[in-house]
Write a protein that binds this ligand. Structure first.
Ligand SMILES: OC[C@H]1O[C@H](O[C@H]2O[C@H](CO)[C@@H](O)[C@H](O)[C@H]2O)[C@H](O)[C@@H](O)[C@@H]1O
Length: 553
């Protein structure tokens, strides 16, 4: 609350100099000596005396399986895009982190969760692993042929499930009460699809089942007589990494119970990965207009989480089939089938022509565009016999919401609130889910749109990279080549999932994308447009003088 650092996460990432017990003793003595009212300078001195700098528990780690020219680069025709692919492959070396030995020997001195293998982190303020980010990072690593690093990251996550029963939001103990969209099974499937290592899939089964059951048991709700899941945190108090921010938004609540509820809604939104967004607001009129104090995450049945749980059950069934466990395979097929029926009954909305989140308080669908409304396309969580109908409906939903009109990608929502998961921000993971989803449904019209959005995303990220030499956490739907902003922390660069998606799409579209005739081409697009504007101005000036001389003189 003293706001010693511009970013609240800094303090909770610092190392203790003495044991936790000793540090608490020193803190209590310090507070007593200052009559419980220390000045900011005194608090700063206490922190400097008792805590080490953020990040000192980690070493930059250059992946040992890194290769200079991964084969995906051969699939990229345009020389500038190929060079970019090489640059992105190099960035893995900047994002690699290994824990120092002392973390394993004295874990209680650190907030980082010890894991056996090095990791690739998102970047910027995020110097530890993040659960769902790891899915796109791992796929990027696999395209770059870094199988050991990818497997090491998956094994880290599996070791955490074995130790604490689930995977927390990120690699810090202060995330212990919440997870993130459960993509471990998807990571294992990606690894197995690339390596054909069926043994790895079979060995992972027990852990994947455990994680799946954890999600179902701790997140389930009933909606219209069906079992579905919501995002739900299980800890108490404000988010430690955003402590003062949460205490301040809780000021509008007047009882401890109401404040506690508010903290839970915020942490549950963080579990969704979309922290924060109007997607989680339910105001007293039952709409999404409002602010963080209207967050009611636990009362909204989210399309993406249920689609991903369906996918988990399908993947577990597939791996049981590999192991020849026929009964177990049937058991998980049945679980998948039940989730699919619930998605169809509660979340599919015939009128809108798309899936919609469901409001449990007002017992009604939330007819607001969020990219995650399209998540079932990605994992095929619908009846395959309905493919043509769903494709037509979803394409007209896209048209109705004018989603094809943004130069910088599909915005996460259409509502401008200043929160980072709202308009105009565009995020690589959701761009991936939407674009791969349209590709997966397989109709020519959906695939055409998917390709055009995929090309646009690659070109727009490239334009941003060429102008700034940076890969961003999020981008701007309204501006080709523009990066995103808003929310509670500054612009972050790096950036794990953004790089992963681009590497995969360079491999997918690199043979057919050319940078000529787009804003992304040439040595510097701003320079080129400046030349264009100057040329038009000069032609205009000459024409003006000509008309003046001929007609008026
Ligand atoms: O410190 C604020 C919040 O930061 C994280 O959220 C954002 O970054 C994550 C890492 O890239 C990403 O997974 C998440 O989707 C972003 O919104 C963190 O995950 C939150 O729990 C935290 O409160």
């Amino acid at each position: 609350m003293a706001k010693l650092f511009p970013d609240s996460k800094t303090f909770v990432d610092m190392k203790l100099k003495a044991s936790p017990e000793k540090t608490m003793e020193l803190f209590e003595a310090f507070m007593a000596s200052k009559n419980n009212a220390p000045t900011n300078d005194e608090i700063r001195k206490f922190v400097n005396d008792n805590f080490g700098d953020k990040g000192t528990e980690l070493e930059v780690w250059s992946p040992t399986d890194w290769v200079e020219n991964p084969a995906f680069l051969n699939l990229v025709n345009d020389p500038d895009l190929k060079q970019w692919g090489m640059d992105l492959n190099n960035i893995w070396k900047e994002l690699g982190r290994k824990m120092k030995d002392d973390v394993h020997k004295n874990p209680e001195y650190y907030s980082i969760i010890p894991v056996p293998n090095p990791v690739i982190v998102p970047g910027g303020r995020f110097i530890e692993f993040y659960y769902w980010d790891s899915y796109w990072i791992i796929r990027g690593l696999l395209y770059c042929e870094m199988r050991n690093t990818a497997r090491g990251m998956i094994e880290n996550l599996m070791s955490i499930v074995q130790r604490i029963g689930f995977i927390p939001n990120g690699g810090r103990v202060y995330y212990w009460g919440r997870s993130q969209p459960p993509l471990l099974a998807g990571m294992v499937k990606s690894y197995v699809d690339f390596t054909k290592d069926d043994r790895f899939a079979i060995n992972a089964l027990e852990i994947l089942e455990h994680e799946f059951e954890y999600f179902i048991n701790n997140h389930s709700v009933q909606a219209k007589g069906h079992d579905l899941a919501v995002y739900r945190d299980s800890s108490k108090g404000p988010r430690p990494e955003s402590y003062s921010e949460d205490v301040e938004t809780a000021e509008s609540f007047h009882t401890d119970e109401a404040k506690e509820d508010h903290y839970s809604e915020l942490k549950s939104a963080a579990e969704s990965g979309m922290d924060f967004s109007s997607r989680w607001y339910i105001n007293e009129n039952g709409t999404n207009i409002g602010n963080l104090s209207d967050a009611k995450t636990r009362s909204i049945v989210p399309v993406d989480l249920n689609a991903i749980l369906y996918w988990n059950a399908k993947i577990i069934a597939e791996f049981h089939a590999k192991a020849g466990n026929v009964d177990k395979m049937a058991e998980y097929e049945t679980k998948a089938q039940k989730i699919k029926e619930a998605i169809q009954a509660v979340l599919w909305n015939e009128e809108a022509g798309c899936w919609l989140d469901y409001d449990l308080i007002n017992e009604k669908p939330r007819d607001y565009f969020v990219t995650s409304n399209l998540a079932p396309l990605w994992v095929k969580a619908y009846n395959i016999s309905d493919t043509d109908k769903i494709s037509a409906s979803v394409l007209s939903y896209i048209e109705k919401n004018k989603l094809d009109t943004f130069p910088g990608g599909v915005p996460n929502t259409l509502y401008h609130t200043g929160e980072q998961w709202d308009f105009p921000n565009v995020w690589a993971p959701l761009q991936y889910i939407v674009i791969e989803g349209l590709d997966n449904i397989g109709t020519p019209e959906a695939q055409k749109l998917s390709k055009s959005w995929g090309h646009r995303w690659v070109k727009s990220n490239f334009a941003a990279y060429r102008d700034s030499r940076a890969m961003f956490e999020k981008y701007d739907a309204e501006k080709f080549g523009g990066h995103g902003g808003g929310g509670e922390y500054g612009v972050q660069k790096g950036f794990g999932w953004t790089n992963g998606v681009i590497i995969e799409w360079l491999a997918k579209y690199g043979h057919e994308i050319s940078l000529s005739n787009t804003g992304a081409a040439g040595p510097n697009s701003r320079f080129v447009s400046l030349l264009g504007v100057t040329a038009i101005a000069l032609i205009g000036a000459f024409a003006g003088r000509f008309i003046w001389r001929t007609w008026f003189k």
